[in-house]
Design a protein around this ligand. Structure first.
Ligand code: DLZ
Length: 152
């Protein structure tokens, strides 16, 4: 399996490094890393990872800032990532951490590492058909605690 890892220099945590470290723990994978300046550069990075680097699935890791204009940029980047998935018929697992999700730098560093690692595990599971089905409806979250299934 070839996994593309696209990440950014804008992020304040080396999210790609943690994703790659986690992916390597879960079986034999070939990893192609492509680092770009910011989140809006991630869609084309993923497209190139699919078309030129022959990846089967990609992770797109980014850390938008906490202001309204950053939220807009993140939304635009997400739209590009969705478009890329539809163009290539391949999954891109978006791993964004908004800077204002964390109370301080140390929580931000923890959250970014944890979310990158947990989504890396999702990538491995997604590539093994039937695996995620076992977790359907279980309220999984990445980073902070799982929400859990709703009780009736
Ligand atoms: C961008 C983003 N991504 C994720 C994610 O990949 N996984 C996750 O569990 N939570 C994410 N969040 C935060 C959620 O929107 C929500 O605020 C928290 O999970 C708290 O319920 C956000 C804001």
């Amino acid at each position: 399996m070839r996994i593309g890892v696209a990440d950014t220099t804008f992020a304040r945590v080396n999210m790609g490094k943690f994703a790659i470290d986690e992916l390597k723990k879960h079986g034999s994978v070939v990893i192609e890393r492509y680092t770009v300046p910011g989140v809006k550069d991630l869609p084309v990075a993923c497209k190139k990872l699919f078309e030129e680097y022959k990846c089967d699935i990609c992770m797109a890791l980014g850390m938008p800032g906490g202001k309204e204009k950053d939220r807009m940029c993140a939304h635009e980047a997400s739209t590009g990532l969705i478009q890329c998935q539809l163009m290539t018929n391949r999954h891109i697992i978006e791993v964004f951490v908004h800077e204002d999700e964390a109370a301080d730098d140390s929580e931000l560093a923890w959250l970014a590492e944890q979310r990158a690692r947990e989504h890396a595990v999702n990538v491995i599971k997604l590539m093994r058909p039937g695996t995620l089905e076992r977790e359907a409806g279980s309220g999984q979250r990445q980073g902070f605690s799982d929400a859990g299934a709703a009780r009736q």
